[in-house]
Ligand binder design. Sequence first.
Ligand code: PHB
Length: 391
Amino acid sequence: MTKFTIAFKLSAVLAACATCFTVQAAEPLKIGLVLPMSGPFSAYGKQIEHGARLYLQQSGGSFSGRKVELIIKDDTGVAPEISKRAAQELVVKDKVDILAGFGLTPSAFAVAPLATEAKKPMIVMNAATSAITTKSEYILRVSHTLPQVTAPIATWAAKNNIKKVYTLVADYGPGQDAEAQFKKTFTAAGGEVVGEVRTPVKNPDFAPFLQKIKDAKPQAVFLFVPPGEQTIAFTKGFAERDLAKAGIRIIATGDLTGEDVIDGVGDNALGIVNSMQYSEAHNSPENKAYVAAYYKAYPKDRPDFMSVSGYDGMQLIAKTLEKTGGDATGDKFMAAAKGLAWISPRGPISIDPQTRDIVQTIYIRKVEKVAGKLQNVEFESQANVKDPGKQ
Ligand code: PHB
């Protein structure tokens, strides 16, 4: 080989590389969302998609110079096999860079091993069983955990003269977490759990449980069921069987009184004290801007905590790519995402670098009518709450 051919080959390689770098920089960022878009939990998918698209629209459709493509797969709710297949297709066929979504716990558990195997970041935008983030080093969560939102309401109840509580939870991860945390915090503060029941995740009939609760005469029932039809069925049965008239009140995590479902519950929701990370009525400039933008984009829907997780999940991706210069490769992405902090519509949040779970303010709220609309009105708060399920 002459000096000339070597120089020629070298410049050809460099030229090819230069094009390959430009192509890579312009490569779209593919985000695959696994969400319940049909079935009894389809509102979760709708809210999360709304929030995600809103953030994307506000970012001009790209993050760090990469055009963002959202690919949504419907997993229909509590159907782990469907969630798994959807995620496999997203990774293998669609070649997504990031997996996200996950409305319910069984879906997140089913996909976790795949995130590890494919080394893909997996952003959990609702599923709230504490252990989910321990199932893969590639999982980050931007929603909440049930222990995180349960401990504050248990403390509030004990401090406010509620001493005897009956717990009713859906019999799967988040319900079991809520039950365990409530009992732990409430009894440590001097309260007594006078009865407990777990209800089926799918199509529960609350009537016999409501009667049992009434007979046990607690001061309150603490409740976690996956929001939607079940929230409406429970609160309706509670009113019809006169539990409120018997002096029993409802306390809950704010999953129960999310803005997407609260109008369906109607005035039966009035006075329910609950704890959560997001309220449409949260008084901050960031939330006012969020709520206004949400109604402009989706005039028929109210923004709830799931929409904010969709929004913050996209915000987490955007902020991480700013740090990596647009690189979404699993290990680089995860290293850059840990410890990120920003102001969300819900308040200040950060990603715990140890657990990859969200750290946030939890508010105690009471359902009231504000300008004729049912709202979760915040009246106490606790800042920087980590997931007690991992402490
Ligand atoms: C869950 O399945 O993990 C789940 C569902 C609805 C919620 C919270 C958690 O509001």
